[in-house]
Write a protein that binds this ligand. Structure first.
Ligand code: BGC
Length: 486
């Protein structure tokens, strides 16, 4: 009897030891996994670091590349497209004007009424229609035939308000959210589809943003779009254009479409996630800056990091296959996780569960996921800020003395007289994503320094692609280069 008891006790002790060993083993494994996950995030942070010194290098590189791109076609990855837009709206325009905007998946027609004296833009009606999928890959004729009919109906409905209707012609501006190489103000050639479909024609959406900014404030010289895609344009001085273009003679300033999405510099902080995203994209080696900044990509960079974390630690569950799906984590979802201020990070749990189908992720890992979103967004916003200051540098508005001005940053009042400069910004990433906006504004102030920063004002503008195009039609109506007879 005694032997049995001893035997049982020994058996239980062995079992307990085995259980304990298994538990300890699991704990050790988890702790090691946790360390590796922490390392993934630390490495991301190091790889994405954007101290002011590095941002200033990006500023210089942007200004130098702009110079090179303007000097010769193919001289830089920056296309620096001449737009032949010389006349930005002054605010004195009067009358009824139309705009047509061809965006990613739909087109819009707008009617804008202007009362002169920088009046508020008096009402605008909008007709928005989706573009059927097959037309996105068909010929330009088919696409424009499709657009022409609703355009005619829309304009017809507004004829009672159109002062020019008696003449049988209206001013129509056309914006296009793709890179277009202009031959003149009213004609151009599409360079490359950057978002999924194709044709020929005119004004880039950033130019529309600049037009709206300039209509409201004549110190607006730069416009930036930070949304699904990203790009900038600016008003280049006539002498810089003559100098760099050689043959071109112009006594007037001209808007240049930078197409900064394609900017590249060795100073950009690039990680393995960016390299993989680029390699797996339909346009590898293109739009490198855009792939680090714009709403199209930020969510996917974060997804790649979270996927990497899930490979190091089993708390994501055995089957986190949704994490393998490209672009499943859209940037607005990432922003929602980043903005989550609830103590138990409820929104993060929701996105993980509903979108990525990963339930029950512990709080410490959810916190790390918020950190990942923060790192990715912070880098994007700060790089965009450096890009803007690069443009300011190119036109001598950053307080440094321009591209040839060297590294020293002279004090205001010493050699350089600062002028007020307004940068018009549009796009959901900037306007809807508070933390992105704060990071961008903060970086601008850091790069420019406290003496210069107050001279640079960022203003959010509304609907450059639509209203801006109508305003450009208005400012060009005197020379009637864009008259469209329907
Ligand atoms: C396009 C630009 C456009 C920008 C903003 C980019 O993907 O290349 O032409 O201005 O998106 O819509």
């Amino acid at each position: 009897m005694g032997k049995v008891v001893v035997g049982l006790a020994a058996g239980c002790a062995v079992a307990a030891c085995v259980v304990a060993a298994v538990m300890v083993g699991r704990r050790v494994k988890r702790r090691m996994g946790w360390r590796r996950v922490l390392r993934v995030v630390e490495e991301l942070e190091e790889g994405c670091a954007t101290p002011v010194g590095r941002l200033r290098q990006v500023v210089d590189a942007m200004a130098v590349e702009m110079h090179a791109g303007l000097a010769s076609e193919g001289g830089s990855k920056l296309k620096m497209l001449l737009t032949y837009v010389h006349d930005l709206p002054s605010g004195n325009e009067k009358g009824t004007f139309y705009a047509l905007h061809l965006g990613g998946t739909n087109f819009r027609i707008l009617r804008v009424q202007l009362g002169g004296q920088r009046s508020a833009i008096i009402g605008h009606d909008v007709d928005r229609q989706p573009i059927p999928e097959p037309l996105m890959t068909s010929t330009s004729e088919e696409l424009f035939d499709f657009i022409a009919a609703p355009l005619k109906v829309f304009v017809g409905k507004g004829d009672n308000v159109s002062e020019l209707s008696k003449l049988g012609k209206r001013e129509l501006g056309f914006t296009f959210s793709f890179p277009v190489k202009q031959n003149s103000f009213s004609s151009g050639l599409l360079i490359k589809w950057t978002k999924g479909f194709a044709i020929e024609d005119t004004i880039n959406d950033t130019v529309g943003t600049l037009a709206v900014g300039h209509y409201h404030d004549e110190d607006t010289l730069v416009a930036v779009i930070i949304g699904t895609g990203t790009n900038a344009c600016y008003l280049e001085r006539a002498d810089a254009i003559i100098k760099s273009q050689g043959l071109l003679t112009t006594s007037r300033d001209m808007v240049v479409n930078v197409e900064w999405g394609n900017f590249w510099s060795s100073h950009l902080p690039r990680t393995s996630y960016d390299i993989d995203l680029d390699a797996e994209s339909p346009n590898p080696n293109d739009q490198g800056f855009e792939k680090m900044i714009s709403g199209m990509y930020l969510g996917d960079i974060a997804r790649r990091v979270i996927l990497r974390m899930s490979l190091e630690l089993d708390v994501f569950g055995p089957d986190s296959s949704k994490l393998h799906v490209p672009f499943i984590l859209r940037t607005p979802l990432m922003a929602a996780m980043h903005d989550d201020e609830s103590p138990d990070l409820r929104e993060v749990s929701r996105v993980l569960k509903d979108i990525l189908e990963i339930p029950d992720v512990p709080l410490n890992i959810r916190k790390l996921i918020v950190k990942v979103c923060d790192i990715v967004t912070c880098r994007a916003a700060r790089l965009a800020a450096a890009g803007i200051v690069g443009i300011l540098k190119k036109i001598g508005r950053d307080g440094s003395g321009g591209v040839a001005g060297g590294k020293a940053r002279p004090k205001v009042g010493s050699q350089i007289k600062m002028k007020r400069t307004v940068v018009a910004i549009e796009g959901g990433l900037y306007t809807n994503y508070t933390l992105f906006r704060e990071y961008l504004n903060e970086a601008m102030a850091q790069i420019l320094g406290e003496d210069v920063a107050p001279y640079v004002i960022i203003k959010v503008t509304e609907d450059g692609s639509g209203i801006g195009a109508a305003l450009l039609a208005a400012s060009h109506s005197a020379s009637s280069v864009v008259d469209t007879v329907l």
